[in-house]
Design a protein around this ligand. Structure first.
Ligand code: GLP
Length: 233
């Protein structure tokens, strides 16, 4: 893993943007994208740049079960507002959390990932070390599936919802196996509440209890962290 320490999320967003730009100059066509507050500074750099994404495909990591694109808390809505409305892509994929048949939708999503191998995968990390919505215990070779969110994740996500009971308890998430197929992975983390997860990911044993620890085995991972997230290294 290459570790890049930055002053703050703004500088981290700029660094990640430079990597995407370079990747696109070298032929990258498919971006794996993430939601959450962490990648927002990257998306700001992308939308304020003059880079053209109209030939690019994006594939998002996850979506809440029960929320559709018109729900303001859905990840589809988040991506539209943060990025796609301002920077059109050729095609953008986000799992359908409202599919009648979620199992079939997961299978379709895996086919999409297979047909569009991800060149650069953007990741945040959960406080418990989850990537996408692959919570502790998730299989390292998992594919897209419906997952139960842990209490810690539900609590962390509560800030985006008015009432605690509105926070979804399930999500559709790309599996760790698919994430690992990304040719290059850029994981960003900012703030003290990520310090334990960052320590476990980089220095800890490779174990499903710390899902991000499997990234130690990937040959092209760049970790962009601020001092607070790096404080336990
Ligand atoms: C959610 C998302 C993850 C994200 C994590 C951290 O659980 N599914 O992809 O990395 O939150 O979010 P934040 O960046 O807001 O800390």
């Amino acid at each position: 893993m290459e570790i890049i320490r930055v002053k703050n999320a703004e500088e981290g967003g700029k660094k990640a943007f430079e990597m995407i730009k370079k990747g696109m100059e070298n032929g990258a066509k498919v971006l794996g994208l993430a939601t959450g507050s962490t990648p927002m500074t990257l998306y700001k750099e992308m939308t304020s740049s003059d880079l053209d994404f109209s030939d690019m495909t994006s594939i998002n990591l996850d979506e809440y079960v029960g929320l559709g694109g018109s729900d303001e808390q859905s990840y589809r809505h988040f991506m539209d507002v943060q990025l796609f409305d301002k920077k059109p892509f050729k095609e953008t994929y986000v799992p359908n959390g409202k599919a009648d048949d979620l199992e079939a939708a997961c299978h379709t999503y895996d086919q999409i990932i297979e047909e569009h191998p991800i060149d650069i995968q953007i990741l945040g990390i959960g406080q418990n070390g989850h990537i996408g919505f692959n919570e502790p215990g998730a299989s390292f070779d998992g594919t897209t599936s419906v997952v139960d969110l842990t209490e810690s994740t539900i609590n962390a996500n509560q800030r985006f919802f008015e009432k605690a009971e509105d926070v979804p308890t399930k999500a559709v998430s790309m599996g760790i196996g698919s994430i690992l197929k990304g040719k290059e992975i850029i994981l960003m983390a900012y703030g003290e509440n990520k310090a334990d997860a960052i320590k476990g990911m980089i220095d800890g044993p490779i174990t499903p209890e710390m899902p991000a620890s499997i990234l130690q085995k990937h040959e092209n991972v760049i970790v962009i962290i601020d001092e607070a997230a790096a404080s336990k290294l």
